[in-house]
Structure formats: structure tokens, C-alpha cells
Design a protein around this ligand. Structure first.
Ligand code: NI
Length: 169
């Protein structure tokens, strides 16, 4: 298991557009494995390659709706993903491992279908709902250098954050 360092807000790498993966090789597999380890360790729901300093179109997302005994088996690997269909709308709280402790209110579609490649270069489609749909949008935005803060209608106030952590008086 290898953990990678997660870049934080302000690092210019997070604002760059990522290049597609061309070689589905060992190097990609190591990147995906490390990203999964890093995501589980950070207890996040999604992670994009630029967040670990790699400017390639690769993301991992935990599909909380997926039936699996282990958290690790709920992780969806998406290489060169594209959104091909969206439906509905949801407004809710969103956070990012690159902005620890912050949350904002963001509108996203409620259903998001993506087309992507797996680690072996096999094309597939996957439909995410609710939080997973939100995650797909959030992580794919990272690949184009966008952070949710650009899309948030507002950020949570320090008081709201206190309340969320449950340490408000
Ligand atoms: Ni993020």
C-alpha cells in the first residue's frame, strides 16, 4: 500500500486541464492502486489524479449505493471518463479532500451516467445516483481544473461547520 500526498487548495496543479491516458500499463495500475489507498486512508468519497499531482484523466469514486462487504470493493475506477447523460437535480453539501474542513452548497444532477475505460482499456458505462452522481461531477470537474468552490452557491459558515461537527455549545 502506498499513500500519495493530497495537494491542497492554492496549488496550481489543481487548476490545470488533465491529458487523456493513452497507455493502460503498469504505471496506470500503480497510480490507481495508490489513489484507492489514499482515498480510503483519507476517508473521502472520491479522488482525482491531479489531486495527487498527476495530470491525467483518472478518478476513483466510492459508490456508497453499491452492495459490497468491503469499502474497497465499492470503488469505481474511471479512466478518461465522460458524462454522457444526466437527469434531475439535487442541491446539497459538498466537500473536497483538497479543502479539508470546508463545505459548500452545490447544485448537481441527481443521476449521472459516465462512459469510461477500466484499467485494462476496456470501455464501459456506469450510472451513479444521488451522492455518487454528485461525486462523478465533482471528480470530473477536477480533470478540467475546476473545484466545487467555483460552483457553490455559498460556503458553510464557521457556525454551521461547528454544528456539523457536533461541538457547538
Ligand atoms: Ni475534490
Amino acid at each position: 500500500m502506498a499513500l500519495r500526498n493530497i495537494l491542497e487548495f492554492g496549488d496550481k496543479t489543481l487548476n490545470k486541464v488533465c491529458r487523456p491516458v493513452k497507455d493502460f500499463n503498469k504505471r496506470l495500475h500503480i497510480l490507481l492502486d495508490d489513489m484507492k489507498d489514499t482515498l480510503l486512508d483519507a476517508e473521502g468519497l472520491g479522488l482525482a489524479a491531479p489531486q495527487v499531482g498527476v495530470l491525467r484523466r483518472v478518478v476513483v469514486v466510492i459508490d456508497i449505493n453499491k452492495e459490497a462487504e468491503y469499502e474497497e470493493d465499492k470503488i469505481i475506477e474511471l479512466v478518461n471518463p465522460e458524462i454522457i447523460y444526466t437527469e434531475g437535480e439535487q442541491e446539497g453539501m459538498e466537500g473536497c479532500l483538497s479543502l479539508p474542513g470546508e463545505f459548500g452548497i452545490v447544485k448537481r444532477p441527481n443521476i449521472v451516467k459516465v462512459r469510461a475505460f477500466d484499467r485494462y482499456g476496456q470501455e464501459f458505462e456506469y450510472t451513479g445516483e444521488g451522492l455518487t452522481a454528485r461525486c462523478f461531477c465533482h471528480e470530473l470537474d477536477h480533470l478540467d481544473g475546476h473545484l466545487y468552490t467555483e460552483r457553490a452557491s455559498r460556503m458553510l459558515t464557521p457556525e454551521e461547520l461547528d454544528e456539523m461537527r457536533g461541538d457547538a455549545e
